[in-house]
Design a protein around this ligand. Structure first.
Ligand code: NAP
Length: 255
């Protein structure tokens, strides 16, 4: 199983204080990685759990609604943990409203947080990773958190669908440009996962029933369900996987 071992690697995860980001941070730590939790809410609970696993965890404060903190955040990870091997672009938001009434504010906020900032974080991370001289021994891994709405249209979430469809395309472009530099760029598309992001859907009895009826697994996913895919894509086991959007959806897309 050594191909999946992340011992000695440093992973930066955005939005690791809650939900899917927390599940990913813990899975990477369980696989051996030290973790930098980049976000606006201090990931104290995540840090305590990572440290309980015997790994280092650094909290890097950054409001990712703009790209202003990007350079300093990646710089802080490298300075405090000595390197950066894995970047997980997880932080994201959603705004729900009919397309006819959708505001520019709701458009810009989602596109900036879910698409613009992840690109510039990936760029800052890749500039660090591309400077490595020994690609055989060290590879960089960038994992973007996409969505079912990287494949489907959805309803009442126009900026979210645009951002996640854009992120899937960007994942492929970056893989094309950076594979030769020893960097793997892939994405995970979670299905319906029980987090704050989907609280409104879970609370809506009709939507909740419709969603559960369509999921072959018959249940909402848990943040921990995303962890295994993240460990795989972050590890040498996935060195030949490039530009892939891996659905972890209980079978949603298969139906
Ligand atoms: P969540 O519990 O709401 O987590 C979102 C995370 O993003 C939080 O840590 C949040 O920090 C962070 N974040 C949002 N805006 C930020 C900002 N401006 N600066 C820094 N951090 C910010 O929801 P989640 O479901 O785990 O979502 C994580 C990712 O998975 C998102 O990209 C989401 O689109 C994606 N996703 C979720 C599902 C699902 O079913 N849940 C499905 C597909 C994709 P705060 O706590 O400070 O707000």
């Amino acid at each position: 199983m050594s191909a999946f071992d992340l011992t000695g690697r440093v992973a930066a995860v955005t939005g690791a204080n809650a939900g899917i980001g927390q599940g990913i941070a813990l899975a990477l730590a369980e696989a051996g990685a030290d973790v930098a939790a980049i976000g606006r809410t201090p990931a104290e609970e995540t840090a305590a759990q990572v440290r309980a696993l015997g790994r280092r965890c650094e909290l890097v404060s950054a409001d990712l609604s703009s790209i202003a903190p990007v350079g300093a955040a990646i710089g802080a990870v490298v300075e405090r943990l000595g390197r950066l091997d894995i970047l997980v672009n997880n932080a994201g938001i959603i705004r729900r409203a009919d397309a006819l009434a959708f505001t520019e504010e709701d458009w810009d906020a989602v596109i900036d947080t879910n698409l613009k900032t992840p690109f510039f974080l990936a760029q800052a991370a890749a500039r660090h990773m591309a400077g490595w001289t020994s690609p055989a021994g060290r590879r960089g891994k960038i994992i973007n958190i996409a969505s079912m709405l990287s494949f489907q249209g959805g309803v009442r979430v126009p900026s979210y669908t645009a951002s996640k469809s854009g992120l899937a395309g960007l994942t492929k472009l970056l893989a094309n440009e950076w594979a030769a530099k020893g960097i793997n760029v892939n994405a995970i598309a979670p299905g319906y996962i029980a987090t704050a992001n989907t609280a409104a859907l879970q609370a809506d009895e009709t939507r909740n029933r419709q969603i559960l009826e369509r999921i072959p697994e018959g249940r909402w996913g848990d943040p921990a369900d995303i962890g295994g895919a993240a460990v795989f894509l972050a590890s040498s086991a996935a060195d030949y996987v490039q530009g892939h959007v891996l659905a972890v959806d209980g079978g949603w897309l298969a139906r």
